[in-house]
Design a protein around this ligand. Structure first.
Ligand SMILES: Cc1cc2nc3c(=O)[nH]c(=O)nc-3n(C[C@H](O)[C@H](O)[C@H](O)COP(=O)(O)OP(=O)(O)OC[C@H]3O[C@@H](n4cnc5c(N)ncnc54)[C@H](O)[C@@H]3O)c2cc1C
Length: 133
């Protein structure tokens, strides 16, 4: 989708929601979703520093809190086994979704609309919500 089309849609949505963005500035910010581990000898990484952001939604607050707690426990007890399996599972699912969207340039709108359509169906709704929220 072209940036113009994206902006037009955004403005339609803002108008529908009665949101005034006068004076606001468009900005983007790179997010680190490249997870390579959390323990590096006596150096520990958590949250964004560990690349725990979810690639599709850009959410990182929850993984930052969980990884912080886990590393905290590990520092207190060196025998503690860190567990962020749920986060890594969700990261993998969002990685797959993003890859599909990135690699399907011409059918991206179709896939996007299909996802919205499926999210309105009870059977898929919970599954998709689990991956995206
Ligand atoms: C525009 C934007 C919107 C977002 N929206 C959402 C959202 O809606 N939901 C969601 O879940 N996530 C969102 N995120 C992601 C979320 O903000 C981060 O994933 C989360 O804050 C990561 O927490 P963190 O503790 O790892 O890092 P941070 O919150 O970045 O904390 C790191 C802290 O370390 C400090 N610091 C850096 N270098 C040094 C240094 N050398 N010495 C001392 N202190 C230092 C920084 O100032 C900062 O306070 C958004 C991110 C952006 C950029």
């Amino acid at each position: 989708m072209s940036t113009k089309k994206l902006l037009d849609n955004f403005h339609i949505w803002l108008k529908q929601k009665n949101i005034d963005i006068t004076g606001a500035k468009y900005e983007s910010y790179p997010l680190n979703c490249d997870y390579q581990g959390m323990e590096f000898g006596n150096i520990f990484l958590i949250g964004d520093a560990a690349g725990l952001i979810y690639r599709f939604t850009g959410e990182g607050i929850h993984p930052a809190m969980i990884s912080g707690e886990e590393i905290g426990k590990k520092i207190i007890d060196p025998n503690y086994k860190i567990s962020i399996d749920e986060i890594l599972k969700k990261k993998k699912q969002q990685f797959i979704i993003t890859n599909i969207l990135v690699n399907s340039r011409h059918s991206i709108m179709f896939i996007h609309k299909l996802m919205i359509f499926l999210m309105k169906r009870k059977i898929f709704k919970n599954k998709i919500f689990k991956i995206l929220t």
